[in-house]
Design a protein around this ligand. Structure first.
Ligand code: DLL
Length: 434
């Protein structure tokens, strides 16, 4: 079985974890109250004093922090230490609005390295492995985050970053990479390029991938595993909280263990803010309890997920989050029906015959929302008759309608015509937002 990095925390009994969280939470709240005017103001307005927060049970008393708060205090207004203590900045632009800036002290970097090393150890990586990092390096947290985590574990790190896909394949082959970090969509693109180059999965040594930074389905996992021969593990995180390594999959692959000794998760009703019980889907909220430079309190991630605390065969006691369906901002409302792009991905890949390359085009015609799904067909199907392509379109149309509950136009397109992505895939073009 794959190893642990910090067994003491990863397998801690629940009462010990709660005690640790309570202690760290009360300290963090005191610190932000003293050092960050924004938090002091918000807590004063809510009538909460640091001494009111003595246990995780008191968490609900604290006001939420929103992405807008990060923008309003841009760039350093939420930092809880002086800039002389900050050794690194990262930033995230997101899809809308002004970018946000996050900072790390030296100790924050150590926490981050540990979180990523836990993920890598859980995926079976050791200091014998060669780690090919295809996440972007720079202000994005993916590249440097996983890089430091992999080095911390003693892996031989190959910092390739994004781009030049053919060269990446040559590096994987020549350097003997055994592990890879990439977005799932880029992993697929690597697989496709390998095929074009006439390189089979037996010609490379990759055995494991730690893939994340975007929503992806179980069906996508199967495709990636089949095409590349790797075992594909999910990893979750966001810049605001620390970057990759907030949560990670273990060998059981039934959800991602959250590093809850560092980040306390809650699920809330996004409309009312009410805390929901485990097992109920809602918006994921995190409170950082070890971060020094940028400790966010009850941060509304807008990711829609579910928590589950259950015995895991890997031995970890850390609570699990189910694969997030996507951000509430990615959720489309089409003719009043909520649709996540990942639902469409699931339908398409279950049917077979299509490739995992698809795009959703949403528009409004005569005051009615329309959804067109463009999907690449497999090269084998491409040579089929018009009649059989029409049949295939009909099959997809029916399957989409019965799963999503809305009608869509299906447009089958030739193989390799839709855009490929090196980082996070952009699945939706919403022409209603002009
Ligand atoms: O994507 C950090 C990261 C890098 C995570 C590398 C994993 C691997 P941001 O650019 O700030 O940070 O984007 C964070 O991406 O709120 C989710 O909506 C989405 N996301 C990240 N990981 C997953 C995942 C990085 N495994 C936002 N599944 C988050 C689904 C994910 N969505």
């Amino acid at each position: 079985m794959a190893g642990y990095w910090e067994k003491k925390y990863e397998c801690a009994p629940l009462h010990e974890m709660k005690a640790l969280q309570s202690f760290r939470l009360s300290q963090t709240v005191r610190r932000v109250y003293e050092n960050v005017p924004h938090y002091r103001k918000r807590m004063d307005e809510a009538g909460v004093k640091p001494e009111d927060i003595t246990s995780v049970k008191d968490l609900y008393k604290l006001p939420f922090t929103y992405k807008q708060d990060l923008r309003d205090t841009y760039p350093y207004g939420l930092f809880a230490v002086g800039m002389d203590k900050v050794v690194r900045l990262h930033a995230s632009s997101g899809t809308t609005g002004k970018q946000i800036v996050v900072g790390y002290t030296e100790n924050d970097i150590t926490v981050w390295k540990d979180c990523c090393a836990r993920a890598l150890a859980a995926a079976g990586c050791t200091n014998e492995d060669f780690m090919h990092v295809s996440y972007g390096y720079g202000l994005f947290t993916g590249g440097l985050g996983m890089h430091y985590g992999a080095e911390h574990l003693g892996m031989t790190v190959i910092p390739v970053s994004v781009g030049n896909t053919k060269r990446q394949i040559t590096i994987i082959q020549d350097f003997g990479s055994t592990a890879i970090c990439a977005t799932p969509s880029y992993m697929l693109h690597l697989a496709e390029t390998m095929e074009e180059m006439g390189i089979s999965k037996d010609d490379i040594k990759l055995k494991v991938g730690i893939l994340g930074a975007e929503p992806w389905t179980e069906e996508m996992r199967q495709q990636i595993q089949e095409k590349t021969g790797i075992k594909a593990y999910d990893i979750y995180g966001l810049s605001e909280i620390i970057g990759p390594g907030v949560a990670f999959e273990c060998s059981e692959q039934t959800g991602m263990h959250i590093n809850e000794d560092h980040f306390i998760p809650e699920i809330i009703d996004p409309d009312t803010g009410e805390v929901l019980p485990d097992g109920v889907q809602g918006e994921l909220v995190f409170t950082c309890i070890t971060k020094e430079a940028f400790p966010l309190i009850r941060y509304r991630t807008r990711d829609i997920a579910m928590l589950k605390r259950e015995k895991c065969s890997c031995g970890r006691t850390l609570i699990k989050m189910m694969k997030p369906a996507g951000r509430s901002d990615d959720m489309l409302i089409i003719r009043g029906v909520n649709v996540f792009p990942s639902q469409v991905e699931s339908v398409l890949l279950q049917l077979g015959n299509t490739t995992p390359y698809y795009q959703l085009i949403v528009d409004r015609v005569n005051n009615t929302d329309t959804l067109e799904i463009q999907v690449e067909i497999s090269p084998e199907m491409f040579s089929d008759t018009v009649k059989s392509l029409e049949t295939q379109e009909k099959i997809i149309k029916d399957a989409v309608e019965s799963t999503l509950g809305i009608a869509a136009t299906i447009k089958l397109v030739e193989p390799k015509t839709l855009q490929r992505f090196e980082g996070k895939a952009v699945r939706v073009i919403d022409k209603r937002k002009k």
